[in-house]
Design a protein around this ligand. Structure first.
Ligand SMILES: [Zn+2]
Length: 338
């Protein structure tokens, strides 16, 4: 990590985003027309409400006024699809709000962790500046949390000190409660925004080849990223005394199986570093997750097997594992139950 971090590329992206945002707002105003929004209330016994709104300018967050527990609203669905609270509605539609206390397992979890990846990306950029080229930052597919991977220039790595700094910035970003803002632009405009990043350029070219004519870009504070969305509006639930956010580990990236992510001119021997994180909207949920991880670790067969001398592994060749009993897994299970 360099002592003096330069943020020229980030500043350029923000500048361009704000200019494009202004142009998008003017276009939206010109295209706006009346639409009917049918709002499904959280109480099933109540009739849906019908509201007249303006296409391309009205956002779902403006339609929360009549909802009784609106401070619990985290995101929404439009015609069944997950949608940003701050993304303008484009046509007559059916709107359903999602609540922190009831919808965690019905779409909110992925949205929340997806949004967490943006916070992690923003923090990595804050710490490493122009020395990091961010690649992809999705929620973890099979498991919990999210990650962001990127290439660190000059052979740098994300060490423990840097990880602590990244986490500190993540907490700060949550505390400031910036909204995730979205614009939809042409592939050419998106290529211009990410002209310094070969990974983002590769993703845009790939979308172009698949026939996409519109590319969405999000901004969180000073962090501009290429993303399809959707996200929770901001990291409000993670602020104050309910912050439950941690960078859990980092590992060097392996391209195998993900070749489609690799820009054509990218050398596979040039590694990416992946940093993991996780966040929950309450301290209690975070504690439950942590306790589950600790429990799983206790019952990790390979660790228990080694500690009880059931397996043999040589330090110079840790790959081959030799069992010292005929049914090692059954043996470990029996041992941890004692
Ligand atoms: Zn995103």
């Amino acid at each position: 990590m360099c002592s003096a971090v330069a943020h020229a590329a980030r500043a350029r992206r923000v500048d361009l985003f704000l200019k494009l945002q202004q142009a998008c707002a003017a276009e939206a105003q010109a295209a706006s027309r009346p639409i009917t929004v049918t709002i499904q209330t959280p109480h099933r016994d109540q009739e849906p409400a019908h509201v007249i709104a303006a296409s391309h300018t009205t956002v779902p967050a403006q339609l929360m006024r009549g909802i009784s527990n609106r401070n619990q609203i985290a995101a929404c669905r439009v015609n069944g699809h997950l949608w940003d609270l701050m993304r303008p509605l484009t046509d007559t539609c059916h709107l359903q709000f999602l609540f922190w206390d009831t919808d965690w397992d019905y779409g909110l979890k992925e949205m929340c962790w997806h949004s967490g990846a943006h916070v992690l990306g923003a923090a990595l950029e804050e710490v490493y500046g122009d020395d990091i080229l961010l690649c992809d930052g999705p929620p973890v597919k099979r498991g919990a949390g999210f990650f962001y991977e990127g290439h660190l220039k000059h052979g740098q790595t994300v060490n423990t000190d840097a990880l602590a700094q990244v986490e500190k910035h993540m907490h700060e970003l949550c505390r400031l409660q910036h909204d995730l803002q979205r614009i939809d632009v042409t592939p050419e405009q998106a290529l211009d925004v990410f002209c310094d990043n070969p990974f983002k350029q590769h993703f845009i070219h790939r979308a172009q080849q698949q026939g996409e004519t519109s590319i969405s870009i999000y901004k969180l504070a000073s962090f501009v990223d290429l993303c399809e969305g959707p996200h929770i509006r901001n990291l409000r639930p993670f602020s104050s005394k309910t912050i439950a956010l941690t960078s859990t580990s980092q590992a060097e990236f392996d391209w195998s199986g993900r070749e489609e992510m690799k820009p054509d001119n990218w050398d596979t021997h040039t590694p990416l570093t992946r940093t993991y994180g996780i966040c929950f909207p309450s301290k209690q949920m975070f504690r439950h997750w942590k306790r589950d991880v600790e429990e799983r670790e206790k019952y990790n067969h390979s660790a228990v097997g080694k500690s009880l001398s059931i397996f043999m592994q040589h330090d110079t060749s840790p790959g081959p594992v030799t069992s010292r009993c005929r049914d090692a897994v059954a043996c470990v299970r029996a041992c941890v139950r004692v």
